[in-house]
Design a protein. Structure first.
Length: 228
């Protein structure tokens, strides 16, 4: 069972029942703090979470080590962070490499002065490699952050409570590498569709994303409404 706690308008978690019991015993969280746990229909007092009541002390003793500020280290959980996979550029990299080898070999055998021309065939590979290296993505239990561009940077943040739908696409080629695309539809007018390409363990990440989206909706009290 995963437990999320809302204290001072800040979300903490997810925690296990044992972790929450420890925080409660030390006074880090109060019985009146709002909480949501896996399977709960809505948020409610922490004292109502099954198994927490047994840890409630008669007179809570405040301990600096148990203050919520310390517990906040787990408030934002990272599901994925990295750059775009170079596997997407496999065709370009192989094609450019083969052309470079062919042209450079011919030029060395018959006309060595043309050898520098062979390096022109490496330009598409270098451009594709740099583009992927500068395409960064960070998925957490609160938002999806993206960054793109080599010379001109473009960043974006999509809050999870704006998400409407999450789906996974796994073409055969990407399945060979254990990767897939996660397609996110949202109510954000600037990012109505976000395609996260070649994410490792896509089904696992997507499931965590769905759970986190529901938790963020409950926390913020915001839900996207479809307009007919």
């Amino acid at each position: 069972m995963q437990i999320y706690i809302l204290k001072n308008n800040q979300q903490f978690g997810p925690y296990s029942l044992e972790q929450v019991q420890g925080f409660v015993k030390q006074g880090g969280f109060l019985p009146t703090d709002m909480a949501w746990y896996t399977g709960a229909a809505t948020w409610g007092p922490l004292a109502g979470v099954p198994g927490v009541a047994t840890a409630l002390p008669g007179s809570p003793a405040r301990s600096p080590a148990a203050r919520p500020e310390v517990a906040a280290t787990g408030s934002e959980e990272i599901f994925f962070e990295g750059t775009e996979a170079q596997v997407l550029n496999l065709g370009t990299l192989i094609g450019s490499g083969l052309l470079f080898l062919i042209v450079s070999t011919i030029s060395l055998l018959f006309f060595w002065m043309a050898f520098p021309v062979a390096f022109l065939f490496l330009i598409p590979a270098v451009a594709a490699w740099m583009k992927s290296m500068n395409a960064k993505c960070r998925i957490t239990n609160q938002r999806i952050s993206t960054e793109q561009g080599v010379f001109f940077k473009r960043t974006g943040n999509l809050e999870l409570y704006r998400v409407k739908d999450i789906s996974v696409e796994q073409p055969f080629f990407l399945r060979l590498f254990g990767r897939g695309n996660i397609v996110v539809l949202s109510g954000d007018t600037t990012t109505p569709r976000l395609n996260l390409r070649a994410i490792p363990r896509p089904k696992e990440v997507a499931e965590k994303l769905r759970t986190a989206t529901e938790v963020r909706r409950r926390t913020t009290g915001v839900r996207e409404i479809e307009h007919m």
